[in-house]
Design a protein around this ligand. Structure first.
Ligand code: SDX
Length: 419
């Protein structure tokens, strides 16, 4: 076994080195504290591997993203979202028979428990749909209480199936319209769009171009190894908390604007620039000033120090779809101006800041008339299969222990109160 040496305060130690499929190496520090008395220090865990995983591989320098070994380019736009979700959760692409059964299972499990529908009525009309989504999924164990004994595959189909229904219902609730029910003759993406935009008075025939665009968006969001929300799902699940509340915790973590909330923040930023006379250069300069408190939303990434491959696919899709349906969106023009200028600017070049998945996704959602507040909900719906895959992998990993990081204490020394 390969080892490396550590010299600490005059003492030399040997630590095992482990290697991954693609040659990435890790120093195994599981015995560090007991052998050296020292901890490692890594705020934000940017240099820490929390687990071994076979789900997703990312190479940030080369802009590579693979799901279960398949390059994202070989899946996005070529398979329906439901089949890529199956791949992430079960490890292989489904056979045609498995695909039919899985799609039917998802639709039959798409209906929200009727008693849960009443909860919707108690949310205020302007409730943020992320608040509704995380609350409703956290409520599911109360309405399906047999979760300790029930077949995990039923729970999985229920969460994946109902997430889109909860999302569509939260939109209908916000506009005061009746809920629309899913249909078995519609794909996952088509069902979502139909439940969003059909009304009892008028059928909504889902444009194929929108169904394919939403499939692409959901597939590009399916997983991204140990990002903030996925690590949250693993951490919550490591305490033996059930899958429902682990997913709900992931939704909450994703909501932050530095993470999944960035797509909503990008749209708000583009609208602000548009309202400010389309003066995008002013905002590029603001983003470069640390004390401005302004960041170019949709730019930069902890792992990708090259163009996010998902952003590249999305930018192509936006151009194709906008040409096909003849949309001319000024916000897209502003986004392109921002990107072109930033990519030529030394600040962004030196810090290796490129557009990430959130930079173009909101523009595509907007083209489908999806309201801005729903963007991160759609990120969540896309990411749920990835979160489930990681939760299952964590639960089946013999190396899993309850997540309990340590700290370096810098508080006051022992003292007593003056009485
Ligand atoms: C997602 O982890 C994942 O995989 C996430 C995700 C997924 O699929 O799960 O890919 C989804 O969350 C994408 C990221 C969406 N967030 C945004 O677009 C928000 C804007 N970007 C950032 O705030 C930032 O780039 C992060 C949060 C994405 C990454 O933060 P890091 O890795 O902690 O980097 P950092 O904050 O340490 O920045 C490094 C430097 C800093 O300058 P210095 O302190 O070195 O002088 O780059 C600067 C930052 O100030 N910087 C930016 C910037 N992002 C980083 N400056 C201006 N605009 C930006 N967007």
């Amino acid at each position: 076994m390969e080892t490396c040496k550590l010299t600490l305060r005059g003492q030399e130690y040997e630590l095992p080195v482990i290697e991954g499929t693609e040659g990435e190496i890790g120093i195994d520090i599981r015995k560090l504290k007991e052998t050296t008395g020292a901890l490692t220090y890594d705020p934000g865990y940017g240099n820490t591997a929390s687990c071994r995983s076979s789900i997703t591989y990312i190479d940030g320098e080369k802009g590579i993203l693979r799901y279960r070994g398949y390059p994202i380019e070989s899946l996005a736009g070529k398979f329906p979202f439901s089949q890529v979700a199956y791949l992430l959760i079960y490890g292989e692409l489904p056979t045609p028979e498995q695909a039919r059964e899985w799609r039917r299972e998802l639709t039959l499990n798409s209906f929200i428990h009727q008693s849960m529908v009443n909860i919707f009525d108690n949310f205020p009309p302007n409730a943020h749909p992320m608040s509704i989504l995380s609350s409703m999924i956290a409520a599911m164990p109360s309405f399906y209480p047999n979760y300790e004994k029930e077949d995990i595959n039923t729970i999985i189909a229920r969460i994946v199936g109902q997430a889109k229904t909860i999302a569509a219902y939260s939109y209908k609730k916000s506009i005061g319209e009746p809920y629309i029910y899913p249909r078995t003759d519609h794909s996952y993406s088509a069902n979502f769009l139909r439940m969003m935009f059909a009304s009892p008075a008028e059928e909504y025939f889902v444009p194929k171009v929108f169904e394919k665009a939403l499939d692409l968006l959901l597939i590009l969001h399916v997983d991204h190894e140990q990002n903030c929300s996925t690590s949250t799902v693993r951490m919550v699940g490591s305490s033996m908390a059930n899958l429902y509340v682990s997913i709900s915790a992931g939704i909450s973590a994703l909501w932050g604007r530095l993470h999944g909330g960035a797509n909503e923040a990008v749209l708000n930023m583009l609208q602000m620039i548009y309202a400010d006379g389309r003066n995008y250069k002013k905002y590029i300069e603001l983003a470069k000033k640390k004390d401005s408190g302004f960041r170019l939303m949709g730019f930069g990434h902890r792992v990708y120090k090259n163009y996010d491959p998902r952003a590249k696919l999305l930018k192509e899709a936006v151009d194709n779809i906008f040409n096909e349906i003849g949309i001319n969106d000024p916000l897209l023009e502003i986004a392109k101006d921002l990107e072109e200028t930033a990519l030529r600017d030394d600040y962004f070049i030196e810090k290796k800041l490129y557009p990430n998945i959130d930079f173009y996704s909101g523009i595509l959602y907007r083209a489908m008339n999806i309201p801005t507040q729903m963007f991160t909900v759609l990120f969540s719906i896309g990411r749920i299969p990835g979160w489930i895959a990681h939760w299952l992998e964590m639960r089946n990993d013999p190396e899993t222990r309850i997540h309990r990081p340590r700290q370096i204490y810098v508080g006051p020394k022992e003292r007593l109160p003056h009485i």
